[in-house]
Design a protein around this ligand. Structure first.
Ligand SMILES: C[S@@+](CC[C@H](N)C(=O)[O-])C[C@H]1O[C@@H](n2cnc3c(N)ncnc32)[C@H](O)[C@@H]1O
Length: 207
């Protein structure tokens, strides 16, 4: 998804695996790697040194995209965080609304993030699910607004079109989890939550 990026930023880089991959595979790209915590940044630096690409990556210990020249990025990756955290990072870096390409990997609050993106002028252009070590990971591709393209709101609107087992399992898994949550809400006599979840279940069952 990040192919062709000229200035690539990986936010929440952790051990720096993505920027190392970009440094090894995208020779011309300028690469930024940021993390909120110094520990992961130190590990990422050591990993980059071990792979001989340390000088290719600019490391920053900071919150989100709060580092110099972040706004030069044409490709921003923010993955492995909750949907709310991702929305917060984007909200604090308003320029991202015009960024060529955002690749987001939320681990929670998928629908809330999609709605937030839509309301804030970001356009969901594609979504996919990858399976790694038996776990499913959602990826959202966000691009600049283009009035000619259809505007689909939720990740599943794209996922349903993909003929992959991971995508099929993603929808099945969400249905299973939502059913379980409805059971819990009903048991707790939380009618409001139950109604919201039933609405979600109805949507998921249509795919
Ligand atoms: C679970 S790891 C994800 C690693 C990798 N991005 C991935 O998708 O596999 C989450 C990382 O995000 C970092 N993080 C959390 N909130 C952040 C923020 N506001 N700004 C930058 N990094 C953040 C954490 O310190 C942690 O290293």
């Amino acid at each position: 998804m990040a192919e062709g990026g000229k200035v690539i930023s990986d936010v929440g880089t952790d051990h720096g695996l993505l920027p190392i991959y970009f440094a090894q595979n995208f020779q011309a790209a300028k690469i930024f790697a940021a993390d909120l915590r110094q520990g992961p940044i130190n590990v990422a630096k050591e990993n980059a040194k071990a792979q001989g690409v340390y000088s290719r990556i600019n490391f920053f210990c900071c919150d989100g995209l709060d580092f110099p020249d972040a706004s030069l990025s044409d490709t921003v990756i923010i993955s492995g965080m909750g949907g709310e955290t991702i929305a917060g990072i984007l909200q604090r870096a308003k320029w991202t609304v015009n960024c060529e390409r955002l690749i987001l990997g939320p681990q929670t609050k998928y629908d809330e993030l999609c709605i937030w993106l839509f309301k804030n002028g970001y356009m969901l252009k594609d979504a996919n699910v990858i399976c790694e070590d038996g776990r499913l990971y959602l990826l959202l591709l966000i691009g600049a607004l283009d009035s000619k393209e259809p505007k689909l709101l939720f990740a599943e609107d794209y996922i349903i079109k993909k003929e992959s087992l991971a995508c099929e399992n993603w929808i099945k898994d969400r249905i299973k989890r939502t059913n379980k949550a409805i059971f819990g809400a009903n048991k707790a006599k939380d009618n409001e939550r139950s109604a919201k979840l039933t609405e979600l279940l109805d949507r998921l069952l249509k795919y």
